[in-house]
Write a protein that binds this ligand. Sequence first.
Ligand code: FES
Ligand SMILES: [Fe+2]
Length: 416
Amino acid sequence: MKHETQVEIIKELMSQLDENRNVDAGAQFRLPTSDYVCPELAAREWQAFFREHPQFVGLSGDLPEEGSYFTTQDFGTPVLATRAKDGQFRAFVNACRHRGAKVAQEAKGKSARFTCPFHSWTYASSGELLAVPDQDHFGPVDKPCMGLIELPAQEIAGMLFVHPQPGGELDVASLLGDELLSEMEGWGYGEFTPVADLDIDMKLNWKLANDTFGETYHFPKLHKDTLGKLYHGNNLAFEEFGRHHRFVTANRRIDDLRDLPEDQWSLTQVALALYYLFPNIQLATTSTGANIVRIYPDPDNPGRSITRVVGYFSPRALDQYETEKAKASDSIKLVDADDLYARGYDQNIIRTPASTVEAFSSTVSAEDYVMGEHQQRAAASGLLEHSIFGHNEAPLHHFHASYREALGRPPLEKIT
Ligand code: FES
Ligand SMILES: [Fe+2]
């Protein structure tokens, strides 16, 4: 992100805090709670947003070297993502061309070859079919035409995208738009290393899980003993980029900048910069790297979703952590998950890998998603017809308006 944009956002957040204002969407809107429980809507969303929409699957560091791979089935299509000898990122349907067994079993690893466990057909990480055992028994196989089925895959600005359909169109620049893409390029995601992960499987619709990341109104209330210790809450610099948006909220270090010249201001030192990428990604950019949150529906149950969180370190944060750890295992500078909230905004600390995903366990899973499970039950009862989004919940207006528009549904109903 350009430095002048960072300064502009920091000034906006300072002035919101000084004037006791929050973002203002200009109106309240209401949403029928049936959006969280309706099986027909859930089926349409699954088809349009997960089976047929480009999917963000990680950062370049998830495939760090030649032979690296990972697998996923989160959006229906079983995917094997690889980085072959030529260094290129590729994606395939993780299904053997013989009779469809999974060729790669592990969530991630390193291997130049994949041997199907069923009858041992073997594929290269470039997808090519290398070997068919007992071919004199099996009969002829046209090997050059029987490689793994390739999916459109693109690595751009350090981000990995896959289209779940072999004939699908994948053009990340037009998907994100030039302005957002060039801003994201500036964060250096391509250099980041995954250091920790966490999965959350709870009984709330995938959109309720997304709603967690849509306002700061609740920070000083629900999160008063957790995230609220690090962030002021009730302030938000919000900007839309088509169906995507940027959400920036101040942490408690922001006042330290007031005595510093603007050319030394850095947004991620004093704020959480969170990008929402349509339909299901929350990408938090922090002073130590990033946290990527991917939220998936259960296609058989609108009342359940899976959230996958990965914490990444920037090269600097990784280096600081490794240097400090090598010095002393009980270094007081190292802040682990346990003391994140007590010491999280002390300038002298060094984050551990576990601390990168701690907030997703203690805050998101144990607080936000507990509210989400209550909201899900209320929606399922059919007795609470609407939820209301306030002036200060602008990202929620945008998220719900975006997926409704994408399905050709009417916009949210304005109430004031
Ligand atoms: S299904 Fe893979 S070798 Fe038979
Ligand atoms: Fe929250």
